[in-house]
Design a protein around this ligand. Structure first.
Ligand code: 2AM
Ligand code: CA
Ligand code: CA
Ligand code: CA
Length: 266
């Protein structure tokens, strides 16, 4: 399947940043690390990967605006296009030597997500999606899982970390999901969680308190793989709120219902 010009630009940037992350992952003990807030680390690896993505995308499409985790918002002369980038999603895993992390790059045109790339350099798994064009992993077309019952489903989640304020609410949600799903998983990279839902590896996923760069590319992957995504209350402002529920149509609906129950009886 031939990739479009814009996906090629994004893939080149993601793979170049991936080579940098792979090198740094091999010498993780030598990296300078600093703390942005409680439990919230950033390293030279994050910044190097972000510099690469920023340089590559700026060269290929001068004037597009950016929203990047480490740089923040960068205005562009072109007010139609914005890149939303997480250069290293899964920093905590990365710094602990756990090989579950990814680069996430999304493109918005007039406020609408039109292209997304998520790349895990350790597994060499490259996820791509373009609006209306389907989702792919390494050129294989993706489809969300077909399971329709929560009791058959493996559900991914994010666990609020130190410094995030909704631990009690999460425990209620987890208890509800544990009472109904076949299994629950926690990868530690929201971009990969959503990519795994798109690939049918996980049947559903929920997490709250995220940022636009964690989920922008992954949300397009899920939709283009035939899946559904919303906020827990059914809204569609996931990039603003950072609260996400995803799955195929049936699992998405079941998860939305389960998450909103007061407390499970089981
Ligand atoms: P990050 O690795 O790019 O920071 C995991 O639940 C998700 O939460 C990841 O996408 C991770 O993105 C994000 N996250 C943000 N701040 C975090 C923190 N302090 N600890 C762990 N994950 C964090
Ligand atoms: Ca971070
Ligand atoms: Ca992230
Ligand atoms: Ca990050």
């Amino acid at each position: 399947m031939a990739r479009s010009a814009i996906i090629n630009v994004m893939v080149q940037a993601a793979m170049k940043a991936g080579r940098s992350l792979s090198r740094d992952f091999g010498e993780v003990q030598n990296l300078q690390v600093s703390l942005k807030g409680p439990g919230d680390y950033v390293s030279q690896a994050d910044r190097r990967a972000e510099d690469i993505v920023y340089t590559e995308l700026s060269k290929a499409r001068p004037g597009y605006a950016f929203l990047m985790e480490e740089r923040g918002a960068v205005d562009g002369a072109d007010d139609q296009h914005r890149w939303i980038v997480d250069p290293l999603d899964g920093t905590t895993n990365f710094l602990h030597g756990i090989p579950v992390f990814a680069i996430s790059i999304a493109l918005e045109r007039q406020g609408q997500l039109v292209a997304g790339v998520v790349y895990n350099p350790v597994m060499d798994e490259l996820y791509t999606a373009e609006r209306g064009g389907g989702a792919f992993m390494n050129d294989r077309r993706l489809r969300v899982a077909a399971r329709t019952r929560l009791s058959d489903a493996v559900i991914g989640c994010g666990i609020p970390h130190l410094g995030r304020g909704h631990h009690g609410n999460f425990l209620v949600e987890l208890r509800n999901v544990m009472g109904e799903a076949a299994g629950v998983r926690r990868l530690g990279s929201a971009a990969l969680d959503l990519a795994y839902v798109a690939a049918g590896r996980m049947d559903g996923y929920w997490e709250t308190g995220l940022s636009a760069w964690d989920v922008a590319a992954g949300l397009l992957l899920v939709r283009e793989a035939g899946g559904f995504a919303s906020e827990p209350d059914g809204g569609q402002d996931m990039l603003e709120s950072g609260n996400v529920v995803a799955g195929n149509e049936a699992i998405h609906r079941a998860l939305v219902n389960t998450l909103s129950k007061p407390v499970s009886s089981r």
